[in-house]
Design a protein around this ligand. Structure first.
Ligand SMILES: Nc1nc2c(ncn2[C@@H]2O[C@H](COP(=O)(O)O[C@H]3[C@@H](O)[C@H](n4cnc5c(=O)[nH]c(N)nc54)O[C@@H]3COP(=O)(O)O)[C@@H](O)[C@H]2O)c(=O)[nH]1
Length: 729
């Protein structure tokens, strides 16, 4: 119990005793004195009246009155109190008793004496006494009541307040221990400092007078060790910097918040300081090291790409806007280079996303080495990178940077134990010529990059106004594509595939064409990708399939040779769970001979799809449908699928055939593909054969089928029919 409680207890007790004693003593005493006074005056009046009576009697009988004892006694008795014992004695002037009322009043009593006059001369004296015993008894009763009341008052004054204060102190104790527990177990460090001032009232020192365990844990010691320490020495120079504000706290009673790093650690604390009492400062330390790190991380994530750690689109645009502002101020120019890796999607699809990620990281490193520290390299997403080249003196500088970037990507990348040959296409937009704001420059650099892709990849292009035109055209194409099927604007051409040994037509590849109402014939190169992107390739592919099936039926009914017809199938078509069913329906509904239908797939298309879709597709083998792998050798796939899938034909990509007569690498590749396919029992077809040299080379190496302009360009249905009839004859 604390001392405050003890002094309150003593005070309350003293008060209770005093008040009780006063009630016990004062009440009966007052009663007694007042009653006694009342008794005395009553006795005085009555004695005076009796004296008057006696005086009257004495005046009427001046000589003999003293002998009329009986009458005198009667007079004495007349005015005496009948309740209280009262004695009356009549004395003559000599003090001798003349008469009395026969009552004896014992002590204690009160007495009143009155002289009796006759003609102005005192002749006798009357003495009346009354007993005080009844009054004393009443006083005693009053005292008894007072004592009881005093006891009650004593109880109430002493016990009840004490109980209340005791309860209050107990609650205080409980609350104090609760808060101490809280103080001692709180995660935040808390220290109480005392500020000392010199005789002039200037600040002298600040020291720790209390600290909780969490505060001590900040220093790896126990709280007692901190007590008495100089606060500045303990919490470091930042604490000193805030000293003037801490001093102000003492005067204004407000609070402040600041951050400090604890000396000799990396731990960052948020400090909340306030003054709980005069001369005291309390500091609450919250460790915000981790929070600050995650804030910085979140901040970093908002502005940097998580894979490559390059600035992302948000930061890039911000930097570009700044660069534009500087260029405007300095009347300078800058370039935005938009890079996109060529055929990155294939790498991702065939080798998997982790290989794709590895490639992007390595590409980032190589690109980073080519740019100056004042320039910005950013990743916009996927395989799209952008570079801001500032202080561009001449257009040539942008050219040099673009060429350096292309060259940097050229050497093979080693990803997952494989060598990958990757190229990049770059578009360049210049400020201020090609746009005066960030968004326009990026859009125009993107268009220029697109143009680099279209003109053969692995190159750069500067933006030109005509590219905008092209982009508009693309949008127009997309709009037209949506209605083209309904408007029957598509038709199919067939490119014959020849038997390499005797140059007879053994197959034909169906190639879709678009007859645009205003633009005329649009080659598939200009709309197939768009159709894939928009998903329109699905209905278009189904239409081609149905058209080819009905042609197969018509021509077989017409007695033409039963050659193979291959149909290109895009990845988006195979994505559909019901693709095999669509093929079966087309065959069923047309009545075409399924053995005449071949489906051409690319390697990446095979790798990209789930086993279920592929095995469903190859279920068509049971119907007699055959399968060819298109553009063989251009994908990044492992050749594992050749072992497992029942493939009928491999089409050697025309990029290997083009320089076959001169390039010994291409020769080696083509020879290897032919040899491999023969060993595996898969027939091979060489694509894009344009010269007699290519034909001879292929024939000599045992190539089985040849497709290309050397023999035939894609033909209309009528032209093919004619060719087949001629061959029949
Ligand atoms: N998913 C679908 N894709 C289709 C369909 N129809 C065509 N395509 C694809 O469009 C691409 C371009 O086709 P196209 O312009 O028709 O070109 C084909 C031939 O004309 C061309 N070719 C044939 N021989 C030669 C040659 O000697 N030299 C040369 N420069 N080009 C030649 O090759 C294209 C056929 O190639 P491939 O498909 O790889 O066998 C093309 O990718 C088509 O696949 C369709 O209905 N659906």
């Amino acid at each position: 119990m604390n001392t405050g409680h003890i002094s309150i207890q003593q005070f309350t007790q003293a008060m209770a005793w005093t008040l009780s004693a006063m009630i016990t003593l004062l009440a009966p005493a007052t009663f007694f004195l007042v009653s006694c006074e009342h008794l005395r005056s009553e006795l005085h009046v009555q004695t005076e009246l009796s004296a008057n009576d006696l005086s009257a009697m004495i005046s009427s009988n001046t000589q003999l009155w003293r002998y009329e004892e009986l009458r005198l006694s009667e007079l004495l008795r007349r005015r005496s109190n009948s309740v209280v014992a009262e004695s009356r004695i009549l004395y003559d002037i000599g003090g001798e008793v003349i008469a009395r009322n026969r009552q004896q009043v014992s002590i204690p009593r009160i007495t009143d004496v009155h002289d009796i006059f006759d003609a102005g001369t005192a002749v006798a004296r009357i003495e009346a006494s009354r007993s005080l015993t009844p009054l004393l008894l009443r006083t005693f009763a009053v005292a008894l009541c007072s004592a009881i009341i005093a006891a009650v008052v004593f109880y109430m004054l002493r016990t009840l307040p004490l109980r209340a204060t005791s309860r209050a102190y107990q609650a205080l104790d409980e609350s104090e221990s609760k808060y101490r527990l809280l103080y001692e177990s709180m995660r935040e460090g808390m220290a109480l400092h005392h500020m000392d001032f010199d005789e002039n009232g200037d600040f002298a020192a600040i020291s720790v007078i209390d600290a909780n365990p969490s505060c001590a844990a900040m220093f790896g010691c126990d709280p007692q060790t901190l007590i008495g320490s100089d606060s500045i020495a303990l919490f470091g120079e930042t604490f000193r910097e805030y000293l003037s504000e801490l001093l102000r706290l003492l005067e204004q009673g407000t609070s402040i918040q600041f951050e400090l790093t604890l000396p000799r650690t990396d731990n960052l604390y948020s400090v909340h300081a306030f003054s709980p009492d005069h001369g005291l400062v309390a500091t609450l330390f919250e460790d915000i090291t981790e929070r600050r790190k995650s804030e910085q991380q979140i901040q970093h994530m908002a502005y940097f790409d998580s894979l490559t750690d390059l600035p992302n689109r948000v930061l890039f645009l911000d930097r570009l806007r700044q660069a534009i502002a500087h260029a405007l101020r300095d009347e300078n120019s800058l370039a935005v280079l938009f890079l996109d890796l060529d055929r990155f999607k294939d790498i991702n699809d065939t080798l998997g996303h982790s290989a794709g990620d590895q490639l992007l990281i390595q590409v980032t490193r190589r690109l980073g080495r080519q740019i100056r520290s004042c320039d910005t390299l950013a990743r916009l997403g996927g395989d799209e990178f952008v570079v801001i080249v500032t202080d561009l003196g001449k257009k040539m500088n942008a050219t040099r940077v673009a060429q350096d970037l292309i060259n940097a990507i050229q050497p093979p990348f080693l990803i997952a134990g494989r060598e990958l040959h990757v190229t990049t296409s770059i578009g360049i937009a210049l400020f201020p010529d090609d746009g005066n704001n960030a968004e326009t420059l990026v859009k125009h650099a993107d268009l220029a990059m697109y143009s680099s892709k279209e003109s053969g990849r692995n190159r750069y292009n500067f933006y030109s106004a005509s590219m905008n035109q092209k982009a508009l055209m693309r949008m127009e194409t997309e709009a037209g594509l949506r209605n083209a099927l309904e408007r029957r604007e598509f038709y199919v051409e067939f490119q014959p595939i020849m038997n390499a040994a005797d140059s007879t037509v053994v197959a034909a590849e169906a190639l879709v064409r678009w007859n645009h109402p205003t633009r005329g014939r649009i080659p598939p190169d200009q709309f197939i990708d768009l159709a894939e992107e928009t998903g329109l390739v699905v209905p278009l592919g189904e239409w081609v399939l149905r058209t080819v099936c009905s042609r197969i039926k018509t021509w077989s009914d017409a007695g033409l040779p039963l050659i193979r017809f291959s149909v290109n199938v895009s990845s988006r078509q195979i994505e559909r769970q019901d693709f095999a069913e669509i093929v079966r329906n087309a065959l069923r509904e047309s009545g075409a001979n399924s053995a005449q239908l071949e489906i051409e797939l690319t390697e990446s298309c095979l790798i990209r799809h789930s086993d279920t879709n592929i095995s469903d597709l190859f279920g068509l083998k049971e119907w007699g449908v055959s399968f060819a792998i298109d553009d063989f050798g251009t994908g990044y796939s492992s050749l594992g699928y050749i072992k497992t899938l029942p493939i009928d034909h491999i089409k050697i990509d025309r990029s290997f055939v083009r320089d076959i007569s001169t390039d010994f690498h291409d020769q080696a590749i083509v020879e290897a593909i032919i040899a491999m396919s023969q060993r595996l029992g898969i027939r091979n077809i060489a694509e894009g054969v344009e010269t007699i040299e290519q034909v001879r080379f292929l024939q000599e190496r045992g190539c089985e089928e040849i497709q290309g302009y050397y023999f035939h360009r894609p033909l209309s249905a009528e032209a093919l029919e004619e060719l087949l009839r001629a061959q029949e004859n």
